[in-house]
Design a protein around this ligand. Structure first.
Ligand SMILES: [Mg+2]
Length: 251
């Protein structure tokens, strides 16, 4: 499946793309993913065709995304909208109290260190506990993260993803990140297209649907998205077709 049934690419599309599970297949650990040269070339071509209106929308930290996609430096929202680099290269960070997050990080980190197979990812404001390598620990891991969430109290929330539990500041998500980009050039006035695979992407699908855009869910599972692609390979093929379509018709 490579986008059959999806709307014809349009010259005014702005592309918002999740990374893990969308552009790249999920790996055993977050560190294990690689971005190949073809993917870099595809994103650069699509960004050029869209007049610069392409952004990555990820749960990863912006620095992590930059390291993955280097030498590309794309507009990007990291940590589920807590940090964002706009198309002009300016970085926006939403401020949150650090000390309670550090306490929660120590607590979850200690639990992960004591349980082989768990991978703790401290992104600064987002704390992620991955149990892909130890699914039998899901219940226990959830109890620990829920405990840390309760201690952090209001202002933070527990977010479930694929084999991952994340503690994140409330009020920011992938949807607010897309809204912020859409208020700025070169995104403003375009039709938003958002492609994502996980529960956290539903915030983005909601925003894009309200804007009359194109929401695309990758893989199985319930979703507010209006269209669907099977996997990361299908996403790559479809984005390739979008880039080629624009190339044929001119920008
Ligand atoms: Mg994803």
């Amino acid at each position: 499946m490579s986008g059959a049934g999806l709307p014809q690419p349009a010259a005014d599309w702005a592309y918002f793309l999740d990374v893990d599970g969308t552009l790249l297949e999920h790996a055993a650990t977050p560190d294990a993913v690689r971005v190949d040269a073809d993917m870099r070339a595809l994103l650069a071509a699509l960004q050029a065709r869209a007049g610069g209106a392409l952004a990555l929308i990820s749960g990863r930290a912006v620095a992590d995304i930059d390291a993955l996609f280097a030498p590309l430096r794309l507009p990007v929202a990291g940590q589920h909208g807590v940090e964002r680099r706009d198309a002009a290269g300016q970085v926006h960070r939403h401020a949150f109290p650090q000390e309670p997050v550090r306490r929660a990080a120590r607590r979850i980190g200690a639990f992960a260190a004591a349980h082989p197979g768990l991978v703790f990812e401290d992104k600064g404001y987002n704390l992620a506990l991955h149990y892909r390598l130890a699914p039998e620990l899901a219940t226990e891991a959830c109890a620990v993260v829920e405990g840390a969430a309760a201690e952090l109290g209001e202002g933070f929330e527990l977010q479930r993803g694929k084999m991952v539990l994340e503690l994140k500041p409330g009020g920011r998500d992938k949807g607010t990140a897309i809204e912020e980009f859409m208020a700025e050039p070169p995104f403003r006035g375009r039709t938003p297209v958002f492609v994502g695979d996980d529960l956290t992407d539903e915030f983005g699908f909601g925003v894009v649907n309200r804007m009359g855009g194109v929401s695309v869910k990758v893989g199985d599972g319930g979703s507010a998205a209006r269209w669907r692609l099977a996997d990361a390979a299908a996403v790559r093929a479809w984005l390739g077709a979008c880039a080629a379509h624009r190339a044929r018709h001119g920008a």
